[in-house]
Ligand binder design. Structure first.
Ligand code: SF4
Length: 476
C-alpha cells in the first residue's frame, strides 16, 4: 500500500476516494481525529479536513494536501471541543479542488451540520436535479453535498428520523459520519460496501473509523464493525443503534482486501495481512512454477508473495528496492530517460536478478503500463525468466461504488486476453488468482461480496435504471 500516491500511481493503480475518523467525548477530539487520519492517509491523499464541536458551535479546518501538510499545532488547537470528525479525500465524484474538500459543512436554520463521506452514490444526477428543482443551491460538485441537502429538509423531525428519511432515496456506497455541535452519527449503507468500525478510548470516548489501523494508533479498543444498514447516534446520553432500512444482501468490496485497506487492519471481520498471505498460498496451489526465487513489486505485492513463498518452499527475495523518499510529484529529466518514473521509485537489484528465473507477485494489473516498465527493468539487469502471478482475477469492469478505476477502454484485461497481456508485458508466463481462490482467501462466503469489477454482477444498478418518479415521493 502506498503511503503517497504519485501521479504515476493514479494512472496505473485504482485509487480510493476517502477515509473517515470521528471522535466523541474527548477533550483532545480534534488531535485524536488528526492521528486517526494519519493512519488512514492511504485512503486519500488529495485533501484533508477536520470539523470539531463543543456542544454549541462548530469549527472547521481543511485544505488540499496530505494530513501533515494541512494541519499544524496551532490550527489543531483552534479546533476545540469534545467531538471531531476528520476526512481524507481522493476525488471520484466531483473534481479535485478546495471547494470539494471534506468535511462539508452547512448551517441550516441556525444549526450547523457537517458530513464526511467514504463511498459513491449511484443516483446523484437524479437526486441533484430533483433537489435543484425544489430550490436547493449546490456549492460543490460532490455527491456528499446531496446528503446534507436531504438532511436539511428533514432536520425538524429530529436526527434519527432525518437520517431515516434522507437516506431512503439515496442509493450506492456510503460509510459516513454526520456531525452537529453535540452529536455524531455514523451511517453504513445496507450493502456495507465500505468498511466502518467502532472503538472506545480509555475515558469511554467513542471512535468511528474507516479501518482498525486508525484505532490502533490512538490506543482505542476495537468494539465491533458498524453493521451494514446500521446508524449509530452518539451523544451525551451514550450510543444508540438503529437499523432504519430493510436489510439487503451484503456487498463488501473485495478490493479492500486485495489492495486498498492497510494490511494491519481488520476488514469485514478478517485481517487484511492474513487474507493477502492466503491469496499467495492459494496461488501456489493454483499456479505451481519452478523458479530461483519469488519477489513482490513492493509494497502492494509483499504479503501474497510471502504466502506464495511459504506455501511453495521457493525462497522470497526483495528483487526491487523502493525509494521511500519520492514525493507525490518530481521534476522530469530534461533528456528522455527510459522508464525514469518507474526507476525513481523502484530499482532492481542486479546482483540478485542476473541470470535468474523469477516469480513476481502483483496485487492487480490495471493498465499494465507500469508493470511493463518494471518487467523491462528486470530484463535490463539480466533476469532470465519472468513469471507473473496476480493475486486477484482480471479486472474487466468499472466500479460505481467509490473506487476510481479507469474506463474499461483503459483496463488492459478488458482489452486483451491473458495471453495478449503476457505478450504486451514481455512475460514468460502470467497467471491470475481464480475468483473462487480469491473468495476462499477471505474466509467469507461469496455472496457477502461485491465482485463486480471481476464478474460484472453489480449489486446496485447505477443512475439511469432508477425511476425518477420514486424520487419525487422521497424528496420533500
Ligand atoms: S466493483 Fe470492485 S472495486 Fe468496486 S466495490 Fe465492487 S469489488 Fe469493490
Amino acid at each position: 500500500m502506498n503511503p503517497h500516491t504519485t501521479e504515476s500511481d493514479r494512472q496505473t493503480k485504482p485509487t480510493h476516494e476517502c477515509g473517515i475518523c470521528g471522535i466523541f467525548g474527548h477533550e483532545d477530539a480534534a488531535k485524536l481525529a488528526y492521528f486517526g487520519l494519519y493512519a488512514l492517509q492511504h485512503r486519500g491523499q488529495e485533501s484533508a479536513g477536520i470539523v470539531s464541536g463543543n456542544g454549541e458551535c462548530m469549527m472547521i479546518h481543511k485544505d488540499m494536501g496530505l494530513v501533515p501538510e494541512v494541519f499544524t499545532e496551532s490550527n489543531l488547537q483552534r479546533l476545540s471541543g469534545h467531538l471531531a470528525v476528520g476526512h481524507v479525500r481522493y476525488s471520484t465524484t466531483g473534481e479535485s479542488s478546495i471547494t470539494n474538500t471534506q468535511p462539508f459543512m452547512v448551517t441550516h436554520k441556525g444549526v450547523p451540520l457537517a458530513v464526511a463521506h467514504n463511498g459513491n452514490l449511484v443516483n446523484t444526477i437524479d437526486l441533484r436535479n430533483h433537489l435543484e428543482a425544489k430550490g436547493s443551491i449546490f456549492q460543490t460538485t460532490m455527491d456528499s453535498e446531496i446528503v446534507v441537502h436531504l438532511m436539511a429538509r428533514t432536520m425538524d423531525m429530529g436526527l434519527a428520523k432525518a437520517v431515516k428519511e434522507s437516506f431512503a432515496c439515496i442509493r450506492g456506497a456510503y460509510s459516513l459520519l454526520l456531525m452537529t455541535p453535540d452529536t455524531m452519527i455514523a451511517v453504513r449503507d445496507p450493502n456495507g460496501f465500505r468498511p466502518l468500525c467502532l472503538g472506545r478510548l480509555d475515558n469511554d470516548a467513542y471512535v468511528v473509523a474507516s479501518e482498525t489501523c486508525a484505532l490502533d494508533l490512538i490506543n482505542a479498543e476495537y468494539i465491533r464493525d458498524v453493521a451494514p444498514g446500521e446508524v449509530l447516534i452518539i451523544n451525551k446520553d451514550g450510543i444508540e443503534s438503529i437499523f432504519p432500512w430493510s436489510p439487503r444482501q451484503k456487498s463488501y468490496c473485495i478490493f479492500e482486501q486485495v489492495y486498498f485497506a492497510r494490511p494491519d487492519s481488520d476488514i469485514f471481520g478478517t485481517n487484511v495481512y492474513a487474507t493477502r498471505k492466503r491469496m499467495g498460498e492459494i496461488l501456489a496451489r493454483e499456479a505451481p512454477i519452478e523458479a530461483d526465487f519469488v519477489m513482490p513489486f513492493p509494497d502492494s505485492g509483499n504479503y501474497a508473495a510471502i504466502g506464495y513463498s511459504q506455501a511453495s518452499g521457493i525462497p522470497l527475495e526483495m528483487g526491487m528496492i523502493r525509494n521511500h523518499y519520492v514525493g507525490r510529484t518530481f521534476i522530469q529529466p530534461s533528456q528522455a530517460m527510459r522508464d525514469f518514473s518507474v526507476r525513481v521509485k523502484l530499482n532492481p537489484v542486479r546482483q540478485l536478478l542476473e541470470d535468474k528465473k523469477v516469480i513476481i507477485v502483483e496485487d492487480s494489473i490495471i493498465r499494465g503500463t507500469t508493470g511493463k516498465s518494471r518487467v523491462r527493468a528486470l530484463r535490463d539487469v539480466g533476469a532470465k525468466e519472468i513469471h507473473m502471478l496476480v493475486s486477484c482475477p482480471p479486472t474487466v469492469n468499472a466500479c460505481y461504488y467509490g473506487i476510481d478505476f479507469p474506463s474499461s477502454t483503459q483496463l488492459i484485461a478488458a482489452q486483451k486476453t491473458i495471453e495478449g497481456i503476457k505478450e504486451y508485458m514481455d512475460l514468460d508466463s502470467l497467471t491470475y488468482l481464480s475468483l473462487d481462490g480469491l473468495v476462499e482467501a477471505t474466509g467469507l462466503p461469496e455472496e457477502d461480496f461485491c465482485l463486480a469489477c471481476f464478474n460484472g454482477n453489480y449489486p446496485i444498478k447505477p443512475d439511469k435504471t432508477f425511476r425518477k418518479d420514486s424520487l419525487a415521493t422521497c424528496i420533500r
